[in-house]
Design a binder for this molecule. Structure first.
Ligand code: ZN
Length: 273
């Protein structure tokens, strides 16, 4: 049974309904232990104001979404580097337990995924040097391979860990079940990461059928992912972080009363052993 205090609300789950302030108040109301803001909601609230409200509410911050997008300019541009430095600053200001990285897909007009991956490694290295000084852990989120072209060319836990091992300390993995549940090497990857490199754990569910490959994620329990099984693998590492619920759902959960969304989220959490 996963108690609500172990859960974290990724603000994307109710992105169309609530501001960050409303999300913070709702977490307290529902006994949810943490929050993971997206940067647009954070900026809208004001970083210092958000930091104060989160602290006053007694919430942990399981992560800040998100940095990365290293390939968007076809090279490591100043704009991209600076934006990632700002993301580190924001993560530090709100006491985020990690900065989640969606690293970027192919550069515009390119068919060279090897070059994209090299650019990503170079970008992560630059961000990491800065993040280490701020003591903000950097968490690479491997994305499902269907997003390799347009969102992230890091697609498995093993690939992300190879990058981490190459880059050194201060970097690990954000494990999102939506992206990795299918991977035959998942158990080995989680064990290899251990509690040192496992920096975040995101849950939702894979619906069958899935009507939109980005915006039709399911509420935990409504799909085919063995959430208790994967949580068992995560727990076995000694992971002490929160379990973050991150649901993009244009036609279902984003249209509902957000208090109902949180109530069901808490209920479903309890059914994850
Ligand atoms: Zn995620």
């Amino acid at each position: 049974m996963t108690e609500p205090a172990r859960l974290s609300l990724n603000t994307a789950t109710v992105k169309d309904q609530w501001t960050l302030t409303e999300c913070i108040e709702a977490c307290v109301r529902h006994g949810i232990g943490g929050i993971a803001p997206w940067r647009d909601k954070l900026i809208e609230c004001g970083v210092d104001e958000a930091a104060r409200r989160i602290r006053d509410a007694g919430l942990r911050v399981s992560g800040l979404c998100r940095g990365g997008w290293y390939t968007v300019d076809g090279r490591l541009s100043d704009a991209v580097v600076d934006d990632n430095f700002r993301a580190v600053d924001e993560a530090e200001a709100i006491g985020a337990e990690c900065l989640v990285m969606v690293v970027g897909g192919l550069s515009p007009g390119s068919r060279d995924i090897v070059a994209a991956r090299e650019l990503v490694a170079e970008g992560l290295q630059r961000t990491l040097e800065y993040a280490r000084l701020a003591r903000v852990p950097v968490a690479i989120e491997p994305l499902h391979p269907m997003y390799a072209a347009d969102r992230a060319c890091v697609n498995t836990v093993g690939q992300a860990l190879d990058l981490c091992d190459m880059l050194g300390t201060g970097i690990g993995v954000a494990l999102d079940v939506y992206h990795v549940w299918w991977d035959p090497d998942l158990a080995a990857g989680i064990e290899r990461a251990g509690s040192e490199q496992l920096l975040a754990f995101h849950i939702c569910d894979w619906l069958v059928p899935t009507n939109d490959l980005l915006l039709d994620r399911g509420m935990p329990g409504d799909g085919v992912i063995d959430l208790s099984g994967i949580k068992g693998m995560v727990d076995a590492t000694g992971y002490k972080g929160l379990i973050e619920v991150e649901i993009f759902s244009e036609h279902d959960w984003w249209t509902r009363d957000p208090d109902e969304v949180l109530r069901i989220m808490v209920e479903r959490g309890r059914s994850i052993t």
